[in-house]
Design a binder for this molecule. Sequence first.
Ligand code: UD1
Length: 418
Amino acid sequence: MSKIVVRGGNELKGEVNISTAKNSVLPIIAGCILSGGKCIIDDAPMLEDVFVISDVLRTICAGIDINRSSNRIIIDSSNIEECDPSSDLVKKMRASFLIMGPMISRFGKFKLSLPGGCNIGTRPIDLHLKGFSALGAEVNVGHGYVEAYAKKLIGSKIYLDFPSVGATENIMMAAVMAEGETIIENAAEEPEIEDLGRFLNSMGANVIGAGSDTVRIIGVKNLKGTRHKPICDRIEAGTFMIAAAITRSKIKINGINEEHLKPIIAKLTETGVKIKVNGDSMIVDGTGRLKPVDIKTMPYPGFPTDMQSQMTALLCTIQGTSIVTETIFENRFMHATEMKRMGANIKIDGRSAVIEGVDRLTGAEVRATDLRAGAALILCGLSAEGETQVTDIYHVDRGYVDIEKKLQGLGADIERVE
Ligand code: UD1
């Protein structure tokens, strides 16, 4: 199994290009099911999660052509069948559940293995199911499966108890060909949902307000194939912003959207990192003296939970006390135990981590416990004295394109060891 070896202490310089967003491309690939034709996704990020959801689609007979040199994915959904995809694949990745909405919409029935739990929390799917039921589907859960059946989906008003990203996306996709109007209230507002709305509309759907707290969907009879380029990955961009800050370096990050990065820019600015945006590029200057800050993760436009562990990594290196509160997932501090192996001073108290910055982290062998935790440990390694080995790196490969190559390009001493 591969691991990443980092020898810390190098100053970073130069530029890095951000890939398109994992969390945009996954629902978009699921959404291709709706077209019944051919969809082209340009500039797709070549990531493990993308390969897994593509394999899920293959098991229901979609034609998938992934061109890794041009980063293009062509999905032909004309031969898709209403059959049970491999449960091993579905359990491998929670986002596989995003095919449920499109499949019910297209075939009126579908049976899918329940997605597994995951390291960061129990992650139920009750809100997805509540949405399908409100659209008129009969939903049954049992023996590890969800089964939904609807002679006809009918538009409805759905209030989400919590603005779940996945539930908002799944319900949007179930509703695009339902009869009449669907309104999702207290919808998640993440930029990736706006991107999904744009993608669905380019197939002929009528989705209004995706990316706001109220999404209106006026059902259409059918959809057609389309071509789409997903938005850039704000979490990858944020991770590289912290790479600059944690190494007290100055770098240029290309391919960003300032609007989507507002909560991250605000918090890093509060620590004393200087950020200058110019169109779709930014200069991040972490060379000054940095101050501790408190953060609390919230649904967008709040501070993203997917940046919590990377921000924790940075705060471990800033003198003074910082408090990080995680409100989205109940078990998202596993990286703290690993960071402590590197000399970090973190105390977990329920949903908060109290961090006392230390002079210097020290290299150690640590384990990536989940995707963003793995990225955070690599960040710690960049600033630590000596060598850090991050094992279970497959977690990181789920969501970062060539992370070690991009960091090498910035001057980091980092390599992948098989
Ligand atoms: C998506 C992102 C993930 C990110 C998360 C929160 C993708 C592929 N993944 O995950 O990277 O960390 O948003 O920003 O886009 N919940 C329920 N019932 C449900 C659904 C969710 O209680 O039916 C809870 C979850 O347990 C969790 C919270 O809502 O505590 C947020 O989950 P959700 O927004 O659904 O996250 P995902 O869509 O799974």
